[in-house]
Design a protein around this ligand. Structure first.
Ligand code: ATP
Ligand code: FE2
Length: 323
């Protein structure tokens, strides 16, 4: 059977059809005219783009082959989640198929595992709102370590905005950093957790050339992430590392993680660009896996959850040997 998946936790409204593989994927990203993402404006964008996005994802397809509707239930921006949830519920009722509420973080992990063919990785999930090191243990994706304040992507975006760069800042910072000599900035790892507000305010105040500040920002923030990932590898005894989330597009972060993995004899994986940031395919794929495991939700009990954590999800589709 095929599953229609709808993602819309924040900036990207995206729908995909997944059968044995990704059949279709169509996205309409929201880019704020200025400043960062405003939840209400993003949800209005999603509402007005919904019809087109679903139609494009279903173009030329036989809707009778659809066996379930999956949607991003959280975490994310409340108004955006509710817009997506409403559309998903209507479709499930109209087609008379089950509804599957997918955790956005778990979906990032599952599309990475599927696309890279890795089995039981330590996952560095670095995106706008989230920065976590995850691993599967006893029926759940456990959070080994995470940011105590803001996500790495949001931190990069806010710093970029303070320097007059457009949103999102990550790609532009990467470009500038490649031309700079890294300045020193505060490095904050607390146990297995990370904090980015110190590095962000120091970078905002730093008077060095912007290229050098960007380079220092990347070297420091990425080294913090690599340190926690490395310790999670050592503690868990796993031998794979998977990088997911929008910041995973950064080639310097990939290089640093790849080097750490080489030194430890671990294998490093990163999915294709179109699957690394928010996309409908990750929701459709995870929806399919969950439907096969019987993890559907009744429409009347399908409220969205802006604070949904990856370890809130009981993972019925993997067994505890890690397979
Ligand atoms: P989540 O809900 O999982 O937190 P998100 O809504 O932030 O996700 P993603 O697509 O996973 O969306 O990540 C977007 C972030 O990725 C933005 O903060 C952006 O600046 C960052 N980013 C994108 N490309 C790069 C890059 N080349 N280098 C660094 N950061 C990047
Ligand atoms: Fe995401």
């Amino acid at each position: 059977g095929q599953i229609l998946g709808i993602e819309g936790t924040a900036w990207n409204l995206s729908a995909a059809l997944f059968g044995e593989d990704v059949i279709s994927l169509f996205s309409r990203p929201y880019s704020p005219p200025s400043g960062g993402i405003h939840p209400r404006e993003a949800s209005q964008h999603h509402a007005s783009a919904m019809k087109e996005v679903i139609e494009k994802a279903l173009l030329g397809q036989d809707i009778h082959k659809i066996k379930g509707i999956a949607f991003s239930r959280g975490p994310g921006l409340g108004p955006c989640l509710r817009t997506v949830g409403t559309a998903a519920r209507s479709l499930a009722l109209a087609l008379d198929v089950p509804l599957i509420g997918v955790n956005h973080c778990v979906a990032h992990v599952e599309i990475g595992r599927w696309q890279c063919g890795c089995d039981d990785p330590v996952v560095l999930y670095a995106s706008g709102a989230n920065t976590q090191v995850l691993g599967f243990l006893k029926s759940r994706y456990r959070i080994f370590g995470e940011t105590l304040d803001i996500g790495l992507g949001n931190c990069l975006d806010k710093f970029a905005r303070s320097k007059g760069m457009p949103h999102p800042g990550g790609p532009l910072i990467e470009k500038l950093a490649s031309e700079g000599d890294p300045v020193e900035l505060p490095y904050t790892v607390k146990g297995m957790d990370l904090a980015f507000s110190g590095i962000m305010s120091a970078a905002k105040d730093c008077k060095a050339p912007l290229e050098d500040v960007c380079a220092g920002f990347q070297e420091t923030a990425f080294a913090m992430c690599v340190e926690v990932t490395e310790r999670a590898l050592a503690h868990s005894g796993k031998d794979e590392v998977l990088l997911v989330g929008g910041v995973g597009a950064n080639s310097r972060l990939r290089e640093m993680l790849g080097e750490m993995c080489d030194e430890r004899g671990a294998t490093f994986y990163v999915p294709e660009k179109k699957y690394i940031g928010d996309n409908g395919a990750m929701i459709a794929l995870t929806g399919k896996i969950m439907l096969e495991a019987g993890q559907t939700i009744p429409v009347f009990d399908s409220a969205v959850n802006p604070g949904y954590r990856s370890d809130d999800v009981e993972v019925f589709w993997r067994n505890d040997t890690g397979d």
